[in-house]
Design a protein around this ligand. Sequence first.
Ligand code: AMP
Ligand code: ZN
Length: 459
Amino acid sequence: MPLALYDTWSRSVRPFAPLQPEHVGLYCCGPTVYDYAHIGNLRTYVFEDVLRRVLMLNGYQVRHVVNITDVGHLVSDADEGEDKMEKGSRRTGQSAWAIAAHYTEAFQSDWRALNLLEPTAWPRATDHIPEQLEFIAELQRNGYTYQTSDGVYFDTTRQDDYGHLARLERAGLRAGKRVAMGEKRDACDFALWKFSPADSQRQMEWDSPWGRGFPGWHIECSAMSAKYLGPWFDIHCGGEDHVGVHHSNEIAQTQARHGTRLANFWMHGHFLTLDDKKMTKADGDFVRLQTLIDQGIDPLAYRYLCLTAHYRSTLRFTEEAIGGAQSALDRLRKAYASWPVGGTAHEDFVSRFNAEVNQDLNVPRALALLWELVRSDVPAATRRATVDHFDTVLGLRLDDWQAPVQQVPADIAALLASRQEARAAGDWAEADRLRNALRDQGWQVEDSADGQRWSRCEK
Ligand code: AMP
Ligand code: ZN
């Protein structure tokens, strides 16, 4: 079954074919680093990670770019209010630069805990000011900008199809949208460059041909995606909240400069909600991955929870749901660890799994298939090899999991310790003898770079 993906631009599931043979360019809008990421943000990155893994499963080499928004993100999409980074600085008493560095590090640590594959590049907005200035200058040359007393704006009325991604109704929008217009000429117009206020010194500001200031939010993604992937690449992702403003504006800018809609596929992850409310950073009150860890939840149980819902449906976060995910993961780990190595994957299960994930990432169905396999009478070693294949997409690190040491009976622990000593002393004959003794008692031992790994064997 060839890969098909839902494209927000066309509002349909379309067969996926890369623009360059065997290579896929994937751009994912990254975090704003004025605060910690909440688990809602992380759901979107889990969806994007699964997408990347499915692309790899289909034999593509993926160039995956995730930006870090470390500047100029205003409090609302309407270009009003305070800059979030400068506001965070006032709240904590640290410099805006220190805040950005701290939250970037925290974000990347969550990233690793969720076993998300490392992106090819993590470009930071503040490292790409010249590219953004060049982009704005080109838009100005093409006649798409105008200047007001507080910045340089993009004139969306120049494009008949502005907002097509969101199916925006311009007429209705103008009448209904309650935005503080300031000197903007149209409710949809947005800032490309904002001037620093005359009466205060900003921490993050740069010179530009129009005046000292800082970039608007949308320009960084148009500039950095074009730099790292070219102005026409395969897939652009983000959360569903980006469709109406951020992504519509990225497309408008890129259309005006390069004549493309930036990406062939636009894909959006639906929200995680908490008690039926959307979770947003601006609310201040949100659940972090660390909050879950402090409650004894494994980060990979959160990953498992994300896999239980299709990325295009809302996922409600509740205590029961995360508790259920943790116990499902525990059961899966124990079952997997009890199966011996050395089998080969089950062809039929593998092809059914591939068909599910290739159908617009139907991961909930793929998970159901996993449990069907766990409960089947397929030989244990075959089950293990098949699950290894599934886990290249699910990313639950099943082969890394080690049964907690206290679950090993004392006599087995003593045999393991003796074998560890024998290995340290280079006494391989004794190590082999102890391995056999352990096997006779129903435990298999493997040697890895990190030392011995053991698990109960199932016949
Ligand atoms: P931000 O740091 O606010 O720019 O958001 C980072 C990513 O998380 C973006 O792709 C957002 O669309 C996404 N996002 C924000 N809130 C949620 C949520 N509650 N559930 C899923 N994704 C979200
Ligand atoms: Zn973006």
